[in-house]
Ligand binder design. Structure first.
Ligand code: NAP
Length: 285
């Protein structure tokens, strides 16, 4: 029950109205019997500084950050984990005893969660899109020891920056524009393809598959296809790849796994109720 000692956790972003984080985090907090609640706070870009500084002063124990604040928040942190420094993005903050924000990134762990039991050493992974989520995905592929990572996207500048930022890691990284003819063979021969574009989300109309049907025609049934989108499920991409006989993974496991890691960071709880969080998410999809 909410009482005068209740503290809170929050998601900050724009928009946040579609987020399932409050649903899954509140289910977990209730299960753990903690006097904490989780809310979503919509925030305009210009108001971010005042909001992030004010939250330090009003019983807020931790935050999740989403679009467009994952990079911007770095300048307001007194301590940043090596994982977040490496990918230059923070999705989780906690307030320490000196009332300073400490930041980390749980998206990499969240992304890896459904892939952990598979051996990907010497394999090739394709990342579709070159935005914020692609950063966590690329770091995840490096952690999983992929030998080759290819980024396919439509934004040349963002793609170049991504390739530059991850150059020198143990995996060979290159970028291709989405109309490059090399892609057809690559799609056919890759081991894992990850969609990090928003194509497939409810509000993106008239686009069924990322970069159009032609890109997918050479898909091989041995390839695993991982779509970060979790709403609606199944996405058109997941349906198409299932029909082709591929193993598919949707974004719900990553959503819950990154949320579970954030909850661990805030509460130091050893037993995070993953299944309860997943059940709460599935009820709302
Ligand atoms: P972002 O920073 O805006 O990046 C999106 C990327 O997709 C950019 O490269 C963008 O290219 C590209 N793109 C946008 N619309 C496209 C289209 N119609 N066709 C082809 N490419 C397109 O967003 P993000 O933070 O990376 O998030 C991407 C998606 O992943 C979102 O839908 C988000 O909900 C999902 N996500 C899921 C999880 C999870 O836990 N399951 C976690 C993180 C993100 P331009 O630069 O040219 O626009």
């Amino acid at each position: 029950m909410i009482n005068s000692k209740t503290s809170f956790l929050a998601l900050i972003g724009s928009p946040v109205g579609h987020s399932l984080s409050p649903v899954m985090q509140n289910a977990a907090l209730e299960h753990l019997g903690l006097n904490l609640i989780y809310i979503a706070i919509p925030c305009k870009e210009n108001d971010f500084e005042i909001v992030i500084n004010s939250l330090k002063k009003i019983n807020c124990k931790g935050l999740n950050l989403t679009i467009p604040f994952k990079e911007k928040v770095m300048q307001y942190c007194d301590k940043i984990s090596p994982a977040a420094k490496k990918i230059k993005a923070i999705n989780t903050l906690r307030l320490n005893d000196n009332y300073e924000w400490e930041g980390t990134n749980t998206d990499v762990e969240g992304f890896i969660y459904p892939l952990k039991r598979i051996n990907f050493s010497k394999k090739t992974g394709i990342v579709l899109g070159s935005g914020g989520a692609a950063r966590s995905v690329i770091q995840g592929l490096i952690n999983l020891k992929f030998s080759n990572i290819v980024i396919i996207s439509r934004n040349e500048q963002a793609q170049r920056k991504l390739v530059r930022d991850f150059q020198g890691s143990s995996s060979l990284i290159k970028g291709l524009m989405n109309n490059d003819l090399e892609i057809i063979d690559l799609i056919n021969s890759s081991d894992l393809i990850i969609n990090t574009t928003p194509v497939g989300m409810k509000h993106i109309k008239n686009e069924n598959l990322p970069f159009g049907l032609n890109l997918w025609k050479s898909l091989n049934s041995q390839t695993i296809v991982y779509d970060l989108i979790y709403n609606p499920l199944p996405t058109e991409l997941i349906k198409y790849c299932n029909k082709k006989g591929c193993l598919t993974i949707d974004g719900s496991q990553m959503l819950v796994a990154q949320g579970a890691q954030s909850l661990k960071y805030w509460t130091n709880s050893k037993e995070i109720p993953f299944e309860i969080m997943m059940e709460a998410v599935k009820k709302h999809l």
